[in-house]
Ligand binder design. Structure first.
Ligand code: RBF
Length: 201
């Protein structure tokens, strides 16, 4: 069998280390290294699928912080779920309801301007932007997602405060629900957590 990366990786699965080393002693170290990297990647991929489980032990005090929520109205049922997840998470960690300012924009493309209109106020500490873009027959999703990613980055850097990218971008509606309270958590919760973490930076 010719040498290629996948086979040595197979041979060095737990319990097969000896086999791998016996077959390819010169490559054993490298193989272990690759396996280790792959294990870390697998771990990260798994962890990253659902950040809705998090450790709040080191969270900063947000009882006096003001949060702006900007929520896109496209795919409203989904974005409402994200928005509720973010809202509840902020409350859970000590934010006051009167310090959370929820606003809607027509679609995700408008998240950037919505974020800027909130972020420009000195008293606003963080802005959380939530939207759902589902791939269609055309490339609209690409244009929207890139514009939002770039736009929100610019707003955050301009006003020097966390502007959180809570844009769920999927190929299907089912994948979107998986990320709006489904098996991959609620990205609204995660967006709120990201905001809190950045406030403690
Ligand atoms: N906005 C979303 O938030 N999610 C979408 O999946 C979405 N799909 C769109 C598809 C097309 C073809 C167009 C023209 C707009 C879409 N929008 C979507 C709306 C977009 O974010 C924005 O509100 C409008 O383009 C007006 O600027």
């Amino acid at each position: 069998m010719p040498f290629s990366e996948p086979y040595p990786l197979f041979y060095t699965q737990p319990g097969n280390e000896q086999k791998g080393e016996a077959l390819l002693p010169a490559r054993a170290g490298r193989i272990r290294e690759i396996c280790f990297i792959r294990e870390i990647c697998d771990f990260m991929a798994t962890a990253l699928q659902n950040l809705s489980t998090y450790d709040s032990a080191g969270f900063t005090d947000i009882s006096e912080k003001r949060f702006g929520l900007v929520v896109a109205e496209w795919n409203r049922e989904l974005t409402d779920t994200l928005s509720n997840g973010a809202y509840e998470t902020l409350l859970k960690h000590g934010a006051k309801p009167e310090n959370i300012f929820r606003n809607t924009v027509p679609g995700s493309f408008e998240l950037t301007l919505g974020a800027q209109l909130l972020a420009q106020h000195d008293e606003m500490d963080a802005v959380i932007c939530l939207g759902v873009v589902i791939k269609g027959d055309t490339k609209h999703d690409d244009y929207i997602c890139h514009a939002v990613a770039q736009g929100l980055t610019t707003v955050g850097l301009k006003y020097n405060k966390p502007v959180i990218f809570g844009l769920v971008t999927t190929n299907t509606l089912e994948q979107a629900w998986d990320r709006a309270g489904g098996r991959h958590g609620n990205k609204g919760v995660e967006a709120a957590v990201a905001a809190i973490q950045m406030l403690g930076f």
